[in-house]
Design a protein around this ligand. Structure first.
Ligand code: HEM
Length: 456
């Protein structure tokens, strides 16, 4: 296992990476707060029934945007910062400023006036100028960071993987610009935001998958797993990003918002977003099993649960036939896998960015709780989805008001609730362990600590 995969040799770069890590943790905290509300409003016998549905939809917008957009892309900012060129560090700080300003505007809009909610897939929005300006500011921060950090020396497999993810984010931003200026989209149309973000949302999932692979490889190194040759790993990253070439054909062939355009992106996701990840995940789990003694390391455990969550999420995805919570099960498998891999990588990064090393015992408990809690949440959503419980609809399982009649749906959503509470408690434990390792901040964040390998 070598520290050489990620470079911590420049304190200025580590400080910038520390700034993005703080934004990532803040976003995870806010998303978790709203997930608590969602779980409460979707769990039978807990949902008090008198809470206005607008509360649910607002919470859903904030849960999704702070998790899928701000948590994931801020964490990407940590990795890109560690590989950015020294002469571009100022630009990195400017990007972080844009991102924080964006988050501030989104929060102000969220707690500001009552606003119309657009539950568009991937990037739902509150239809207010302040909220949209917040998204634009965050997006501008991402654009500046990606343009100033992608392509720096393909020195290590990890930096190569991060740059492939950067190319995917750049593609997603270009798709957004192409769609914004597309003459066919009409902003007064009820589906405007759905059509606007459809392409970008799909392409972003590729960048998250690529960064998850970077995290899997580092967790595998920490768990003492022998990795395939560097050349082969770089080849796998290239294979994983190449399907994005079809984005150009999609935009040359189909008009944004058309059924053919939507179908083309769904097909890109269905066939292009998972094969390399499942192949690498399978190899790593097979080699992890050979080193069974090492599966109880926090790194081995994080890798195990992240690969299993991803596989379970994909399996749920293959059964989607209608707009029900099977979609939500699919999402939470795949995004839960990315999230757990980032949590695992955070435990490796924190001591190398100057914080204290979190104790291995509580870290293992946190990872085990998050993995099993998310699997329970997904099992509940999966079962309810098979019984066609609609998504994004609080109290839907009671629709027929005949408990005997819809016992299966209620059982499923109770399971979702239980898994959700365990998963959310594990997320709070993660944020607590991370916050505690940062304390006292001044002394730790800027002073380099003795390198402590990811002890078990
Ligand atoms: C323990 C953690 C979590 C819990 C308990 C949780 C719970 C929920 C609940 C109850 C919903 C509403 C489902 C519906 O009404 O249809 C939801 C939606 C969603 N969550 Fe989470 N969530 C968690 C973590 C995450 C994470 C980490 C991400 C992404 C990084 C995420 C992304 C989403 C998305 C994209 C949706 C919208 C699904 C849709 O469009 O149907 N969640 N979540």
């Amino acid at each position: 296992m070598s520290g050489a995969e990620f470079s911590f040799d420049c304190r200025a770069r580590s400080r910038l990476a520390g700034g993005w890590l703080l934004l990532a943790f803040l976003a995870m905290g806010i998303s978790t707060l709203f997930a608590f509300l969602l779980v409460m409003l979707r769990t039978p016998f807990i949902n008090p029934g008198w809470i206005d549905d607008r509360f649910f939809t607002h919470a859903l917008v904030l849960h999704v945007d702070f998790a899928v957009i701000i948590w994931f892309l801020s964490f990407a900012g940590v990795l890109w910062s560690l590989f950015s060129r020294s002469r571009w560090l100022q630009a990195g700080w400017l990007a972080l400023l844009f991102a924080f300003a964006g988050v501030g505007m989104i929060l102000a809009a969220a707690f500001g006036s009552q606003s119309e909610v657009m539950l568009s897939n991937y990037i739902p929005v509150l239809k207010t100028p302040l909220f949209l300006a917040g998204l634009v500011s965050f997006g501008a921060g991402m654009l500046v960071l990606v343009l100033t950090s992608v392509g720096r020396g393909k020195r290590t497999v990890s930096s190569f993987g991060c740059h492939c993810a950067g190319i995917a984010v750049l593609t997603a931003l270009l798709v957004l610009l192409w769609t914004v200026f597309s003459p066919v989209l009409d902003s007064s149309n009820a589906h405007y935001f759905e059509d606007l973000f459809w392409g970008t949302g799909h392409v972003l999932q590729f960048s998250y998958m690529l960064l998850m692979l970077v995290a899997w490889l580092q967790l595998a190194r920490l768990a003492g797993i022998r990795l395939p040759q560097d050349g082969l790993l770089r080849g796998l990253f290239l294979l994983a990003v190449i399907p994005l070439v079809s984005v150009l054909f999609i935009h040359l062939q189909f008009l944004p918002g058309s059924a053919a355009y939507r179908h083309a992106y769904t097909e890109l996701m269905r066939y292009g977003s998972w094969p390399v990840a499942m192949l690498l995940g399978g190899i790593l789990l097979f080699r992890l099993r050979q080193r069974l003694a090492n599966t109880n390391t926090w790194a081995g455990l994080a890798l195990f649960f992240s690969v299993v969550l991803f596989a379970v999420g994909l399996f749920a995805g293959t059964l989607i036939r209608a707009d029900n919570v099977l979609v939500t099960a699919h999402y939470h498998g795949t995004v839960g896998a990315v999230t757990l891999s980032f949590m695992g990588l955070s435990y490796y990064l924190l001591p190398r960015l100057g914080a204290n090393t979190p104790a291995a015992g509580p870290v293992r408990v946190q990872i085990g709780m998050y993995g099993s809690g998310m699997l329970l949440l997904i099992a509940g959503l999966f079962w309810s989805g098979l019984h066609d419980v609609p998504r994004k609809t609080p109290g839907a399982e009671h629709l027929s008001n005949n408990i005997a009649g819809n016992g299966a749906e209620i059982f499923g959503m109770l399971l979702m609730g239980m898994g959700g509470l365990i998963g959310l408690s594990a997320t709070i434990l993660f944020l607590f362990l991370a916050a505690r390792s940062l304390w006292p901040v001044q002394q730790t964040l800027f002073q380099r600590r003795v390198d402590q390998p990811g002890s078990s």
